[in-house]
Design a protein around this ligand. Structure first.
Ligand SMILES: [Zn+2]
Length: 112
């Protein structure tokens, strides 16, 4: 597939979902549209379109850290699995912290 050279007309600006978006123009076709900045950065770096069914993941979890080193292309299903795992791990850690806090307050009072 041909990769069309694009220039940023405006942006990036942060949208309601916390993602940066840019308004771009394809130089050869004159086509103008908005696109998520992380997708634009990845595509510009690799000079190709993100394949159908693939998404860009922010490795550090920061949606506005759109340096190419922070961006990882993943299949949609691998991506949602990855985020499920992160969510579960976060929940588990929060639970463990709660337990530790309960134990500590019992130690202080000296009784169960
Ligand atoms: Zn992600």
């Amino acid at each position: 597939m041909t990769y069309y050279k694009r220039k940023i007309i405006s942006g990036p600006t942060v949208n309601d979902h916390g993602y940066e978006i840019v308004y771009v123009e394809e130089e050869e076709t004159g086509l103008k549209y908005t696109t998520p900045y992380h997708r634009f950065v990845w595509e510009e770096h690799y000079q190709k379109k993100i394949p159908e069914g693939f998404v860009i993941h922010h490795k550090d979890g920061n949606k506005v850290n759109n340096k190419v080193e922070n961006l990882q292309v993943m299949t949609r299903s691998a991506h949602s699995k990855h985020h499920d795992l992160l969510r579960r791990r976060k929940k588990m850690l929060a639970k463990r912290r709660r337990l530790r806090r309960t134990r500590r307050s019992r130690d202080v009072s000296g009784r169960e």
